[in-house]
Each structure stands twice: as structure tokens, then as C-alpha cells.
Write a protein that binds this ligand. Structure first.
Ligand SMILES: [Zn+2]
Ligand SMILES: [Zn+2]
Length: 357
């Protein structure tokens, strides 16, 4: 089959590799759509500690099951499915406390290689985090399951007094994750959402997705948030930039008793300064969630299935697998929110050769 390999930062090639085979409990999925993601872009730019090069990559996908391993329960060949990229072990210190996002071996069998015609989904993922795709949901939107799960985990940490129709949330950043937050905060019942970002086209998308106000580069975030909240500050501040400077500033936009979600991971070794006086005396709570639990994947699945949110606006282009190098050049320039890579597109008209010749 064809599979994209990140040779080294900045260089991607499409290779011919053996088709994956299912082990016990695994399934093999024919990838119908795989989405680009900020993590992949980071790996492309500067490498990634969890993805030593050369490596297959891509982890947001949906497709059809074409093979099932021994002992698979609940799925069969022909099922259209959507999947997260990991599954918890279910038995470690963290798993038995329902903190599966911290499972000691969560990354051991992480799925890498969704930019390929087929992908093996390991048994632990099949057991916890694979769902049958609703027929009304296109494959490329179903592939939002993984990033949406991590946002659903973050949203699950927001306490009830913040989830009100008269609450105001500030999202800092306007990339794909920030825009998913917009959807999830709406769903959580928060009445007013303000998005601050740098790129005007992204802010326009935020507007079209229902942001009540957007704040562009050079505009005063505190002033806009203050105006919207009688000077109190936002009930909830969501940081989605991974910029240490923004981490430091984020609590200043929150109201007393508000909550700050530091969601964009910074580079290893990064430290930030925080105003301890404000944190303590204003009772501001800071959380910094990473990854997700099966319960969050279930939430994300439910949202994709039933919400009327316009998920299609996240996917701003499509490309065959052969063009993946160009896809990343375009992502670099910030033109796309997410691109749907369609691994069978270029061979569709050729009687399914599926081989690499
Ligand atoms: Zn991702
Ligand atoms: Zn575990």
C-alpha cells in the first residue's frame, strides 16, 4: 500500500510498504479520509519527540474495516468507523482512577500512519475508542473525533457555575483546536464566546461558526473582554496558542473565580511567570489538560453525531495522498484550517490497483 513517511523535518515522501495485518483484537481500516493536525505540522517543522524520523504519521482518520483480528467483539468487516489514536490499558494506577488520559502506556501503541491507504487499529484502541460512523456524517468530518475528544476533556473540567447562558468565554488562538473549542463551549451552554487570533481569514471562520466577537492582531483583548463583561473579565479563558507569553497573560483576562484552560502545549523546558497575587486572591483556577479519556471520546462522538454545528467548515481543502508534500507546504503558509487527505482518491478510477506499481 501507499503510505506517507516523514523522512525528516521538512521532507515527506510517499512510500510503498506492506499492507498492515491485524493481530488478535485489532482491526485494519481502509482510510477514507485523514485530517491534517497541528501536531503533524509541528513534527513537519521541527520534528517531534514521540515521532522519531523516518516515521509514518497522521492520526486523525475514519474509514471502513477491511480485516478483523481474532477475538474482536462488536465490529465486522464492512463497518464504517471513526477512531481515536490511542486506547488506555485499563489496569494501571491512572486507569483504575478513571484518569486514562495519563495511562502509563497510553502512547505505547499510538496510531501513527493514517496518511496511508490502510491503518492497523490496535486492540486496546478497538476496545475503548472506536465508534461506528453514523451514516449522515461524512468520513472527513468523522475524522474530527480525535481532536474533538481532547477538547471535550478540557470542557469537562469546566465547573457548572461557569457553564451558563450569561457566561462569557475568551478563546485565545484561532487555529483548528481553538475553533473546536468554540463548538464545544457553545454545546456546554456558554452564552457568549469571543475569539482572539492573528489571522483574519481564521477569525472570519470563527465569526461564521458563531463567535459573538473576534479580536484581531493589535487590538486590546482586555478592553474588548472588559466591555463584554462590565469590567469583570471572562468567566472562562481558553489558551490555544502554545505561546509562553500568552500562558502568562491568560489569567489576567479571567474574572474573579473564573477558570483558565492552558491548552496549547509549549516546548519542553519552557517556564512562565504568573501573577500569584491575582491567582490567589481572585480565586482563579488554572488547568492544563492533555489528551482524553474514553468518556471524552464518547462525548466527542455524540457531538459529531447529533450537534447541528457546521463541522464541514473545519475542512478547507482535500488532496490525494500523492500530493501530501504540497499539502504541508500549504499548511505552513496558514492557508488551510484542516486538509482532508484522501488516500484512495488518485487510484479510484483505476480499478482499485491499491498496490504501489
Ligand atoms: Zn491531532
Ligand atoms: Zn493505563
Amino acid at each position: 500500500m501507499k503510505c506517507a513517511i516523514l523522512e525528516r523535518p521538512g521532507t515527506i515522501r510517499v512510500d510503498c510498504v506492506p499492507d498492515p495485518q491485524p493481530g488478535d483484537g485489532d482491526v485494519v481500516v481502509r482510510v477514507q479520509a485523514a485530517l491534517t493536525c497541528g501536531t503533524d505540522l509541528k513534527a513537519y517543522r521541527r520534528g517531534h519527540p514521540k515521532m522519531p524520523c523516518p516515521t509514518p504519521f497522521g492520526h486523525e482518520f475514519a474509514g471502513d474495516i477491511v480485516e478483523v483480528g481474532r477475538g474482536v467483539d462488536g465490529f465486522a468487516i464492512g463497518d464504517a468507523v471513526m477512531s481515536a489514536n490511542t486506547g488506555p490499558c485499563g489496569a494501571c494506577f491512572f486507569c483504575i482512577r478513571s484518569q486514562e488520559n495519563l495511562c502509563e502506556s497510553i502512547m505505547d501503541e499510538m496510531i501513527l500512519g493514517a496518511y496511508a491507504q490502510y491503518v492497523r487499529v490496535p486492540a486496546r484502541v478497538v476496545r475503548a475508542n472506536v465508534y461506528r460512523k453514523p451514516t449522515h456524517l461524512p468520513f472527513e468530518q468523522a475524522a474530527l473525533l480525535e481532536p474533538l475528544s481532547s477538547v471535550c476533556f478540557g470542557a469537562a473540567l469546566l465547573t457548572p457555575e461557569l457553564r451558563r447562558s450569561d457566561s462569557t468565554a475568551l478563546i485565545i488562538g484561532a487555529g483548528p483546536i481553538a475553533l473546536l473549542w468554540l463548538a464545544v463551549l457553545r454545546e456546554a451552554g456558554i452564552g457568549r464566546v469571543i475569539v482572539a487570533g492573528r489571522r483574519r481569514p481564521r477569525l472570519d471562520v470563527a465569526r461564521s461558526l458563531g463567535a459573538d466577537a473576534v479580536i484581531g492582531e493589535g487590538e486590546d483583548i482586555s478592553a474588548v473582554v472588559g466591555d463584554a463583561t462590565q469590567g469583570r473579565g471572562a468567566d472562562v479563558v481558553i489558551e490555544c496558542t502554545g505561546d509562553p507569553d500568552v500562558w502568562s497573560k491568560a489569567p489576567a483576562y479571567a474574572r474573579k473565580g473564573g477558570m483558565v484552560v492552558l491548552f496549547g502545549g509549549c516546548k519542553q523546558g519552557t517556564s512562565v511567570q504568573l501573577d500569584t497575587y491575582a491567582l490567589h486572591y481572585d480565586g482563579i483556577r488554572i488547568v492544563s489538560p492533555f489528551h482524553f479519556r474514553p468518556i471524552d471520546v464518547a462525548d466527542a462522538f455524540r457531538l459529531l453525531d447529533v450537534s447541528t454545528f457546521d463541522w464541514s467548515s473545519f475542512i478547507t481543502s482535500q488532496a490525494p495522498l500523492d500530493d501530501i508534500a504540497d499539502v504541508f507546504v500549504r499548511l505552513e503558509s496558514g492557508q488551510d484550517i484542516k486538509c482532508a487527505v484522501l488516500p484512495h482518491e488518485s487510484v479510484r478510477s483505476m480499478e482499485e490497483p491499491e498496490s504501489c506499481v
